[in-house]
Design a protein around this ligand. Structure first.
Ligand SMILES: NC(=O)c1ccc[n+]([C@@H]2O[C@H](COP(=O)([O-])OP(=O)(O)OC[C@H]3O[C@@H](n4cnc5c(N)ncnc54)[C@H](O)[C@@H]3O)[C@@H](O)[C@H]2O)c1
Ligand SMILES: [Zn+2]
Ligand SMILES: [Zn+2]
Length: 378
C-alpha cells in the first residue's frame, strides 16, 4: 500500500474527557513498529464496556482516548517481524491477546494471557507507546484496540485473521459482544442439554448468552430484563420464558425458584450490576447450580451469604467468553458463515463513525442492541 511506512492522517472519535461527547478529529497514526499491525477499520460497534469507561469508571489517566474494541478491518501494513499477516488480510482486533507462549496461553483451562489487561502491558501497547496522536497529544489506546478510528495499530498477538469471505460489517460483533455472551454459556458455564438457564440482561451480551444456551441444548431459558422491549428479540434467540423483576414484589430469585422447583441449573449475569450478580447466584439451584458473571464492573464488591456456596452453588466469571481470541474468533466467524450462529439479528442500527454520539445515546437509553458504524469503505 502507498501508505506503508508513512504516518497516516485520518478521522477518529476522540474522548477528550470523561462523560463528554466524543469529538471527530483528524489524528495521526504512526506506522506499525516491531510485531505491530496497522489496521484499516471497516466497521465497528459500540459495546457497553465503552460506556463503562467513558461514563462510569472514568480512569484518571485514561484520557484523551480513542475508545472502541468491537470491530473488523483490513491489514494496511505490518511492522518488522510480522510474518503471519499481510496487507489486505481481513482481521478482527482483540482486546484480550493470545501470545501462545505464556503459561496461561499454554493451559487449556483459561484465556487469561499473561499480557492481557490484568498483567500490565508487557508486549501489548500501553498509553506510553501509543501510535495515535492528536494536536500533539498521545491518545490512550483503549483496550489495546482503539477502533473508533479509521486506522489503528495493534500488536500482532491481539489480532485474529479471519476468512476472506466474512462480511466485516457483521463479523465485527465477534470482536466482543457475541463471542463474549455465546462463549460464557458454551465455554464457561458449559451448559448441558436439557438444562434450565436464566440470562439476566438482554443486550447483545445477554442475547448471545441466550443463543449459546440454546446452542448447547438448554430446554428452558428464562430471559430477565427490566426493559420489556428486549423480550421479543430474546424469544427470537431462543428464550422460552420472560421475567421483568419490576412486575414482582418478591426477589426474582424467589420467583425463579418457584418456577423451576428450586432454581436454575445455570444463570448468566450480563448487566454489570453487583445486585443482579447476587440475584443470579441465588437463582441457581443448590447442589450444582452455576452462576457466571459476564457483566463488567470493578467499582463495587459482590456479596452473598456463604451458605449459598456451601450448599453447592458455583460462582464464576467469564472474560471474552473464555475464548482464546486468535483461535476462537476465526472459529466463530466460520460458525457464522456456516449459519450455526446468528449475527445479523443483533444489529438494530447502522450508522457512520461521524454519528458515534448518537450510537452511544441509543445504548444509554436502551434503544438498541448493536449499532454498527461504517468507518472506512472497503
Ligand atoms: N466479561 C466480558 O468479557 C465482557 C465483554 C463485553 C461486555 N461486557 C459487559 O457486559 C454487560 C452487557 O453489555 P451490553 O453491551 O450487552 O450492554 P447493554 O447496555 O446493551 O445491555 C444491558 C441490559 O441489561 C439490562 N438491565 C439493566 N439493569 C438491569 C437489572 N437490574 N436487571 C435486569 N436487566 C437489567 C438493560 O435493560 C439492558 O437490556 C456490560 O456490563 C458490559 O460491560 C463484559
Ligand atoms: Zn465489549
Ligand atoms: Zn499468553
Amino acid at each position: 500500500m502507498a501508505t506503508a511506512g508513512k504516518v497516516i492522517t485520518c478521522k477518529a472519535a476522540v474522548a477528550w474527557e470523561p462523560n463528554k461527547p466524543l469529538v471527530i478529529e483528524d489524528i495521526e497514526v504512526a506506522p506499525p513498529q516491531v510485531a505491530e499491525i496497522r489496521i484499516k477499520i471497516v466497521a465497528t460497534a459500540v459495546c457497553h464496556t465503552d460506556l463503562y469507561y467513558l461514563l462510569e469508571s472514568m480512569p484518571k489517566d485514561g484520557f484523551p482516548a480513542v475508545l472502541g474494541h468491537e470491530a473488523a478491518g483490513l491489514v494496511e501494513s505490518v511492522g518488522p517481524g510480522v510474518t503471519e499477516f499481510q496487507s489486505g488480510d481481513k482481521v478482527i482486533p482483540l482486546f484480550l491477546p493470545q501470545c501462545r507462549q505464556c503459561r496461561f496461553c499454554k493451559s487449556p483451562k483459561t484465556n487469561q494471557c499473561e499480557l492481557g489487561v490484568d498483567a500490565g502491558h508487557g508486549d501489548v501497547m500501553g498509553p506510553e507507546d501509543s501510535r495515535l496522536t492528536c494536536k500533539g497529544k498521545k491518545l490512550v489506546p483503549f483496550a489495546g484496540t482503539s477502533t473508533f478510528s479509521e486506522f489503528t495499530v495493534v500488536n500482532q498477538i491481539s489480532v485474529a485473521k479471519i476468512d476472506h469471505a466474512a462480511p466485516l460489517d457483521k463479523v465485527c460483533l465477534l470482536g466482543c459482544g457475541v463471542s463474549t455472551g455465546f462463549g460464557a454459556a458454551v465455554n464457561t458455564a458449559k451448559v448441558e442439554p436439557g438444562s434450565t438457564c436464566a440470562v439476566f440482561g438482554l443486550g447483545a451480551i445477554g442475547l448471545a448468552a441466550v443463543m449459546g444456551c440454546k446452542f448447547a441444548g438448554a430446554k428452558k431459558i428464562f430471559a430477565v430484563d427490566i426493559n420489556p422491549d428486549k423480550f421479543k428479540k430474546a424469544k427470537d434467540f431462543g428464550a422460552t420464558h420472560f421475567l421483568n423483576p419490576k412486575d414482582y414484589d418478591k426477589p426474582i430469585s424467589a420467583v425463579l425458584a418457584e418456577l423451576t422447583a428450586g432454581g436454575v441449573d445455570y444463570a448468566l449475569e450480563c448487566v454489570g450490576n453487583v445486585g443482579v450478580m447476587r440475584s443470579a447466584l441465588e437463582s441457581c439451584v443448590k447442589g450444582w447450580g452455576v452462576c457466571v458473571l459476564v457483566g463488567w464492573t470493578n467499582m463495587h464488591d459482590i456479596t452473598t451469604r456463604p451458605i449459598q456456596l456451601i450448599a453447592g452453588r458455583t460462582w464464576k466469571g467469564s472474560f471474552f467468553g473464555g475464548f482464546k481470541g486468535r483461535d476462537g474468533v476465526p472459529d466463530m466467524v466460520k460458525a457464522y458463515l456456516d449459519k450455526k450462529v446468528k449475527l445479523d439479528e443483533f444489529i438494530t442500527h447502522n450508522m457512520t463513525l461521524a454519528q458515534i454520539n448518537d450510537a452511544i445515546e441509543l445504548m444509554k437509553q436502551g434503544k438498541c442492541i448493536r449499532t454498527v458504524m461504517s468507518v472506512c469503505p472497503q
